[in-house]
Design a protein around this ligand. Structure first.
Ligand SMILES: [Zn+2]
Ligand SMILES: [Zn+2]
Length: 276
């Protein structure tokens, strides 16, 4: 008898055990910071109308990402490198492989961050157009944008985004050990850029994505939308002509054009693109 259901339950347990303490820490940090430096003063994050929706994504997304990442890495090794044996597979991915894996781990981590961010910049632009928008609209459907909104992504957006990019870079040979630094940084930074904070980090505003930078991305098209696509390094927006940081003004009003027709709960949002 297969013990797959037990493995899934175990993985679910492990993921929740990791996510809960991180969530409590982030909740404390951003409750304090947004109390003093709110970009859009008003109700605190825990009084958001769609809080339950965001909490569901907050737990569903790490679990989904983990299962999918492992599945795609196994599939990729089989299809591209003809590796099918479990021990061979572990040895293949354990410390990376090929020339990239010989670089110092810190350099692999930097490479991972920069290359992943460049790929995600273009994927993000792709998701803002044509047939892809309906999947990405889920992420933009947060009207009350705050740190807890950071995980609100449709699975299709995740596969052709973070998960796909992680898999490509790990298959290219970068050691999965970089995730020890990259993983926590990405979690904290994505919560940070979605937090209701008026921070643009002054001189560093064009070095690293800030709450003000990403909140402009979440404003409507009439505001000058379709800008600030970079997840981590605004340099991509500067290079490719999509950078927008209006001076002496802060972003407000987030959401999408057909907001009133958009489902507010997770099941409806996950089904939304397929109903279009
Ligand atoms: Zn977007
Ligand atoms: Zn966002």
């Amino acid at each position: 008898m297969s013990n797959l259901p037990m493995e899934v339950v175990e993985m679910l347990g492990q993921t929740i055990a990791k996510v809960v303490p991180v969530t409590i820490a982030l909740a404390l940090i951003f409750s304090v910071l947004t109390h003093f430096w709110a970009c859009n003063p008003g109700a605190p994050w825990w009084r958001k109308r769609e809080l339950v929706t965001d909490i569901c994504y907050w737990f569903f997304v790490p679990l989904f990402a983990r299962v999918l990442r492992i599945g795609l890495l196994v599939l990729g090794a089989g299809v591209v490198f003809d590796i099918h044996d479990a021990d061979e597979l572990i040895a293949f991915y354990d410390n990376g492989h090929g020339p990239l894996s010989t670089l110092p781990l810190w350099l692999q981590a930097v490479l991972f961050l920069v290359l992943a961010d460049l790929m995600m910049y273009w994927l993000h632009r792709m998701f803002h157009g044509g047939e892809f928008w309906k999947y990405h609209a889920v992420h933009h459907s947060s009207e009350e944008l705050d740190w807890i909104s950071a995980a609100r992504f449709h699975p299709v957006n995740l596969i052709l985004g973070t998960i796909g990019v992680d898999v490509i870079l790990l298959m290219a040979g970068i050691s999965p050990n970089v995730m020890l630094w990259v993983g926590p940084f990405n979690i904290f930074h994505s919560a940070f850029v979605h937090a209701n904070l008026n921070w643009d980090l002054g001189l560093f505003r064009s070095v690293i994505a800030t709450p003000v930078f990403h909140r402009w991305h979440h404003t409507a098209l009439e505001e000058g939308g379709n800008t600030n696509f970079a997840g981590t390094f605004p340099v991509w927006d500067i290079l490719f002509g999509t950078y927008r940081m209006p001076q002496s003004r802060l972003p407000d009003n987030y959401g999408i054009d057909d907001q009133s027709a958009f489902p507010t709960e997770i099941a409806g949002q996950l089904a939304y693109p397929f109903r279009k």
